[in-house]
Design a protein around this ligand. Structure first.
Ligand code: ATP
Length: 710
């Protein structure tokens, strides 16, 4: 309600009102707010920060802001925006009313007309009573629209981040810094600030039109002086504040890097404690904080210079309107109230013309947010378009349907050439994302129950072969054909790296996700050496990832209720019909027994107990839990990457027996001699010799008896 009587000292009040949203947004680095935020950038990015160009900035602003207004929530969004504009108009009308009320109020005072004065006082009080709710409602309407916009954008960005393994590529190739900060803080700040600025600009235009008339009718030259003054002020503030955008950008990055460092200490608490690495951690964290501190110091200096100017700019003209119209008052041409009215109108118009001067710090912080989100948005779009790239490039993954089982010979055996083929690898060359060859020209067939052990020196590319088989890496060439899908449809789906297309129609078979959202629906499962433990209950651990949507819970273990306002009905997964039926509680208890983890039930009282499982379970227990997931999901093929490395030999043998009993064919990567007992073939990968073009692998049958004697 700073707009009541705009006497000179009300300018500051109004100015603060405008910047409030920007400054109070969590994570902004505007020095005035005292809050700042987080995460990491590749080295090149620091250079790009130097010259913020207006045109690319506006293009990014449009690209980031526009999608919501034509989304599924567009009707609500537009109605709510119209309400905000209507309330803004109403508040401007109220301000104009107050301007006239003020004039009459002070005229009554100077005329010593008590009756008139009491009347004006009552008008004033009535106007306050009616006007205040409009101001409050305008703020509330804007905030709720901002929240809704943020919710939509958060889902929009998370959808793309978790699609097509974009999160994996961003992380493993260090493509941009701190995507989590961009989703949490930058989006929040973006929606709040964008709306706030839109309303401010709209407000300023209406305000300008409304008060220009008043000022013009009092003394036209005052209007001209004000115009020249504000244009000059805007030019100087842009010049002084030109470094603020890049400094704000870097501040966000450095704060996020520091916060990420602290998160890593929390995540790796035990390892750091075992190493007694506290001093090192302290040094690394201090380095990160010092970097943020130094940047913040530069930011403060830049802001101080801008503030010097802005303060002069604001206070220098405070007495100008009164000084200019005072002669008219003394000559009796105008009443005392007109002095107040002209000062109020002058200040309104000055505010409107001086938007950039007043908001320069908030604008530069906002520009940094636009740049961070625009960069992220471009990257996610690129990741999405990559799946439609040329299928002839990179490694092709082909998911083919299982043909009916071959008829056995009269003696009951199935000849090798007619055995059920599960994987067919043709002329496969696997390279790292940077192009170093790891496996050359591999051709290999894996039949059902023909368990394969992949061995070789450390760093030779064993895990990378599994990465290629899972579609995580597509660099290289050749084909990997999986014959693991159930169903009648005889059209295979092809994935070139991350692209999964229907070969006949060329259409995207997997919708938004671009590849199977869950590889297990294709009959393939993967177990890493260090199992991933989700936040939640023991039941949720077991159901992950096949029944992940049934297992959503918040960090404190409670199930969230309700859904986002614009989500009418969650779309049904395309794979619902292919998903194995959900295990019952009895199944879960049984599988825990099968992997020798039955004691967990008594230890943690029930399946629905929440815990930080990666901390309370030993690595061997976590590996057994991962095998329980595998047994529940019953895929046709599993890729095991040293997934029994933390287990004793008895438990390792027991788990392999369980997997074999379940009819699951496995491909294991490992170094331990004991593994030979459970496999039929051995693929030996040797380190690539850069001077030779020869293939670097060999394959042999494993003689179980011979291996037992080793
Ligand atoms: N994201 C990456 N970008 C570039 N090179 C990578 C990347 N990840 C791994 N590498 C390199 O690829 C090579 C093969 O790695 P891989 O993990 O496949 O080895 P491995 O045979 O499984 O080793 P180990 O037995 O030690 O687990 C290594 O030299 C590794 O440094």
């Amino acid at each position: 309600m700073s707009t009541t009587t705009r006497s000179g000292c009300n300018w500051m009040t109004r100015r603060r009102e405008r910047t409030k949203d920007v400054e109070s947004s969590p994570g902004r680095c505007v020095p005035a707010s005292g809050t700042a935020l987080p995460p990491p950038v590749p080295p090149a990015t620091e250079k790009q920060r130097e010259v913020p160009k207006l045109r690319p900035l506006l293009r990014r602003l449009w690209k980031v802001a526009a999608p919501y207004w034509s989304s599924e929530d567009k009707v609500q969004a537009r109605i709510r925006l119209a309400v905000v504009f209507a309330l803004t108009l109403a508040t401007t009308g109220i301000s104009v009313g107050f301007n006239f009320l003020g004039r009459d109020f002070y005229n009554a005072l100077s005329d010593k007309n008590q009756k008139q004065f009491t009347k004006q006082l009552l008008y004033y009080l009535a106007a306050f009573a009616g006007g205040i709710p409009i101001f409050v409602l305008r703020y509330y309407a804007r905030q709720t629209l901002s929240l809704r916009w943020r919710a939509w954008m958060t889902k929009h960005y998370m959808d793309r981040y978790l699609s097509n393994q974009a999160f994996y590529k961003i992380q493993s190739q260090s493509m941009i810094d701190n995507p989590d900060q961009r989703i949490v803080d930058d989006l929040n700040s973006f929606t709040g600030t964008a709306l706030s600025f839109t309303v401010t600009i709209f407000d300023a235009v209406i305000d300008l039109i409304s008060f220009s008339n008043i000022l013009f009718s009092i003394y036209p030259p005052l209007f001209a002086v004000l115009f020249v003054y504000s244009i000059g002020g805007t030019a100087i503030s842009i010049y002084l504040g030109k470094n603020l955008v890049s400094l704000n950008f870097m501040q966000e990055k450095k704060e996020a890097d520091f916060r990420y460092g602290l998160v890593r200490v929390r995540e790796n608490a035990e390892s750091i404690a075992f190493y007694s690495g506290e001093a090192n951690e302290m040094q690394l964290l201090l380095q990160r904080f010092t970097s943020a501190f130094k940047n913040m110091s530069k930011l403060l200096i830049c802001s101080r210079n801008v503030d010097f100017f802005t303060s002069w700019y604001i206070y220098l003209v405070q007495i100008l309107p009164a000084a200019v119209v005072a002669p008219m008052y003394f000559s009796g041409k105008i009443g005392f109230g007109v002095i107040n009215q002209s000062t109020s109108a002058f200040n309104h118009i000055l505010d409107d013309f001086s938007l950039i001067v007043y908001e320069i710090q908030a604008i530069s912080a906002f520009a940094a947010v636009i740049n961070r989100l625009g960069e992220f948005d471009d990257l996610l779009d690129r990741s999405k378009s990559e799946r439609h790239s040329d299928l002839s490039e990179g490694i092709s993954l082909i998911y083919s349907n299982v043909k009916s089982l071959p008829e056995p010979e009269s003696n009951g055996s199935i000849p090798i050439e007619r055995q059920e083929k599960l994987v067919d690898i043709e002329h496969l060359t696997v390279e790292t994302p940077s192009g170093t060859a790891l496996v050359r020209n591999l051709s290999l067939v894996i039949n059902k129950n023909e368990h394969l052990l992949v061995t070789g020196p450390s760093g030779s590319g064993k895990t990378s072969l599994l990465r290629a088989m899972c579609g995580l890496w597509s660099t290289g060439k050749g084909k990997i054909i999986f014959h693991v899908k159930d169903g009648e449809d005889n059209q295979p789906s092809i994935s070139s790296g991350v692209v999964v297309l229907d070969v006949d129609t060329g259409s995207d078979k997997y919708g938004e996700l671009g590849r199977p959202s869950n590889r297990n629906y294709e009959g393939i499962f993967f177990l890493p050496q260090k199992p991933y433990m989700v936040l939640g209950t023991l039941r949720q651990q077991l159901l992950y990832p096949t029944w992940a949507e049934d297992a959503i819970s918040t960090a404190d273990g409670t199930k969230p209720t309700g859904s986002l306002p614009f989500l009418k009905q969650a779309p049904k997964s395309e794979h619902t019909s292919e998903k194995p039926s959900k295990p019952t509680t009895e199944d879960l208890i049984q599988v825990l027994e099968d992997v020798r983890l039955g004691n967990l039930l008594s230890r943690f009282s029930s399946l629905d107990t929440s815990n930080d499982w990666s901390s309370v379970l030993s690595l061997g227990e976590q590996q057994r839990l991962a095998f329980a997931r595998l047994l529940l999901s019953k895929p046709k093929l599993v890729l095991l990457d040293e997934s029994t490395s933390a287990l004793d030999e008895a438990n390792e043998a027991h788990l392999y027996q369980q997997v074999e009993k379940a009819g699951i064919t496995y491909i294991s990567v490992g170094h331990r001699r004991t593994l030979y007992d459970f496999h039929k073939k051995n693929l030996l990968i040797s380190t690539v010799d850069p001077s030779s073009a020869e293939h670097n692998w060999s394959i042999d049958s494993i003689d179980r008896e011979a291996s037992c004697n080793l």
